[in-house]
Design a protein around this ligand. Structure first.
Ligand SMILES: [Zn+2]
Length: 300
């Protein structure tokens, strides 16, 4: 009897234990399901609380970044100051850029003209001769030679009569006659005219509208002193850039003074040229000039 009861108890215990075991598993499973549900709900809620680019109604803040390229810096050597601009060298052919002087000889041709031409050739100087028409007609050979050797020719009246003592028409006819004599002797046309004694006026200038009156700004006074040292001193000391120097082809001492004058002017940096070469453009007629441009600077 007792054993039967024990068996039932055991059986019951077993059942109970089975029921009890089945009940614990269900409760655990429900608890896990509940935890998972809570976790999922929590995640969803957290997700909804977070701002989202896709879900936010506010526009996403934008930020513009300006990127400036860094200047290239030569770190190997510090930047050096830019050098001063170097001006171009002066044009040696232009008397507006280099200092020039024109040597002129009046009153020829004469017995001294061949020696004068020899000296100029030896010194390699081109000069300007203002000749008397009457002397040209009587002695054309030195005039022809002067032209052939590169010198410039101009008229100085027919026989050294002052233009101011003639009517403008007479003075201009005299000048034209002289120019024709030079053309006949040397084969060159000239419009340069040096009025005798340097006397002229506007009426004569405008009447001789085809001529350029060429005066001077330096007088060596060779016609007065006949002194080589004094002629040389005036010839070297008095010129400025663009000067036209007055000398005479009828003075023996002028031939002797010439080497010293040329050497002295060249030592000061002057270029020796003809009257026309003082100017970059052809000399216009109907004007009187006393010098060329003063803009050249002696190089020496
Ligand atoms: Zn003269």
């Amino acid at each position: 009897m007792v054993s039967a009861i024990d068996d039932r108890v055991k059986e019951s215990s077993v059942d109970l234990s089975r029921d009890s075991g089945r009940g614990n598993w269900g409760a655990w499973r429900a608890s896990v399901s509940l935890a998972i549900g809570v976790l999922v709900l929590g995640l969803v809620a957290f997700k909804l609380m977070l701002p989202s680019e896709a879900t936010s109604s506010q526009p996403a803040p934008t930020r513009t970044v300006f990127v400036t390229p860094a200047p290239e810096v030569n770190k190997a050597a510090p930047p050096s100051p830019s050098p001063e601009p170097v001006p171009p060298p002066p044009n040696p052919e232009s008397c507006a850029e280099v200092a020039c002087v024109a040597l002129t000889f009046d009153d020829g041709p004469s017995a001294y003209t061949p020696a004068l031409l020899d000296k100029l050739k030896e010194l390699e100087v081109k000069a300007t001769f203002f000749d008397l028409g009457q002397s040209v007609a009587n002695n054309p050979e030195p005039v022809k030679r002067a032209a052939e050797e590169g010198h410039e020719l101009g008229g100085h009246s027919w026989n050294h009569t002052s233009m101011a003592k003639q009517t403008p028409e007479q003075a201009c006819a005299d000048a034209d006659r002289t120019a024709r004599a030079i053309r006949d002797a040397a084969g060159v046309e000239t419009s340069l005219l040096r009025p005798p004694y340097g006397t002229w006026n506007d009426a004569i200038l405008h009447a001789c509208a085809n001529k350029t009156f060429v005066l001077w700004d330096v007088d060596t006074l060779d016609w007065s002193t006949h002194d080589v040292a004094k002629i040389t001193a005036h010839g070297v000391d008095d010129p400025k850039p663009g000067s036209i120097v007055l000398m005479h082809g009828t003075v023996a001492e002028t031939v002797d003074a010439l080497p010293g004058i040329v050497a002295g002017l060249r030592a000061k940096g002057y270029k020796l040229v003809t009257v026309s070469e003082l100017f970059d453009s052809p000399l216009a007629p109907d004007q009187a000039i006393y010098s060329g441009p003063r803009t050249g600077v002696p190089a020496g």
